[in-house]
Design a binder for this molecule. Structure first.
Ligand SMILES: [Fe+2]
Ligand SMILES: [Fe+2]
Length: 318
């Protein structure tokens, strides 16, 4: 854990070794921030006083921290039930990277997209399912990240994030069980922390978070999920198709949640307002599939003008 924390601090803030390992802690609702010197993984210095660095034991925030930070595969895939108590007062605990068990090896080379016809091959199908499970894992971790990063947001927002996090854990479990029946358990193939590289950040706002992850990538998942449900069925894997169909259906509520809070934070949902929230070099075309799942997106609450602009994006600009 200490190594992880040191890595986080140095990677995010570029602090030199003269400071030892350091983390920033932002007090909720206060503009001042405190620099905390990490003496050991569990204790820290705040303005000269010994203080707990981590969220208090027994709180949702500590559970979220532990889930993101753990380097134990089983704790990552099937964490314990979250507690009902929230930290009071809520603090800002900023995580910059997830803990990765040794079983999860980062992929360095680019991966070619699987052709639908190739999915009859069990290993190829498992590769796609393995990637999808890792998407779910990153989504779950990023919900936990947001719970810890945005203590100033309304409580229903953070409770909603926790609810979605638990959905994502369930989705992971569905893929995980099927991957095992295919003989390719999670961890048997390399991973890429693509969403971690694009969604969070010390200066990311709650609006940017929902715009990127919920409206952008979870919205896109409605398109991709429907397409792959068909691909898995065509490949003769009825169980994979059933899982994919169920998950895609459940993602409608996740996109709806993001749209609701986008509206709450920034008013009407407009394509241009959303587009400028995407991190470079992500363009709207990277948040849609072919075809766009208009039926599911409409149910999630995407405005018609938004969907038209999303469909048109790149037909002239790219
Ligand atoms: Fe999911
Ligand atoms: Fe989701």
């Amino acid at each position: 854990m200490k190594g992880l924390l040191e890595g986080l601090a140095v990677r995010t803030f570029g602090l030199g070794s003269a400071f030892g390992s350091m983390l920033f802690f932002f007090s909720a609702g206060a503009s001042a921030f405190f620099v905390m010197t990490l003496l050991n993984p569990l204790r820290s210095m705040v303005n000269g006083e010994m203080s707990e660095l981590l969220p208090p034991e027994g709180t949702v925030e500590r559970w979220a921290w532990d889930f993101v930070s753990t380097t134990v595969l089983e704790s990552k895939l099937a964490p314990p039930f979250p507690p009902s108590k929230w930290a009071a007062p809520a603090g800002r605990w900023l995580l910059t990277q997830p803990g990765r068990p040794v079983e999860l090896v980062q992929r360095t080379e680019r991966k070619k997209a699987a052709k639908p016809g190739a999915l009859k091959d069990t290993a190829k199908r498992a590769e796609v399912l393995h990637t999808f499970l890792h998407h779910e894992l990153q989504a779950a971790e990023l919900m936990a990240w947001a719970i810890l990063a945005f203590p100033e947001t309304p409580e229903p927002f953070r409770r909603g994030l926790l609810g979605i996090l638990r959905d994502e854990l369930r989705h992971m479990g569905l893929y995980r069980a099927h991957l095992e029946t295919l003989g390719h358990p999670f961890g048997s193939m390399p991973i890429k922390d693509w969403f971690w590289e694009r969604v969070p950040g010390a200066s990311v706002t709650p609006l940017q978070f929902v715009a990127r992850l919920g409206v952008g990538f979870e919205g896109g998942n409605l398109d991709h999920g429907a397409r792959f449900t068909g691909f898995f069925a065509a490949a003769g894997d009825a169980r994979a198709a059933e899982i994919q169909g169920q998950i895609t259906e459940e993602e409608v509520a996740h996109a709806a949640f993001a749209l609701h809070w986008f509206r709450n934070f920034a008013g009407e949902i407009e394509f241009e307002k959303w587009r400028v929230m995407l991190p470079e070099p992500i363009s709207p075309s990277m948040t849609r599939g072919k075809p766009i799942n208009l039926e599911a997106r409409r149910r999630a609450g995407f405005p018609e003008a938004f969907l038209a602009a999303l469909a048109a994006w790149g037909t002239q600009d790219e």
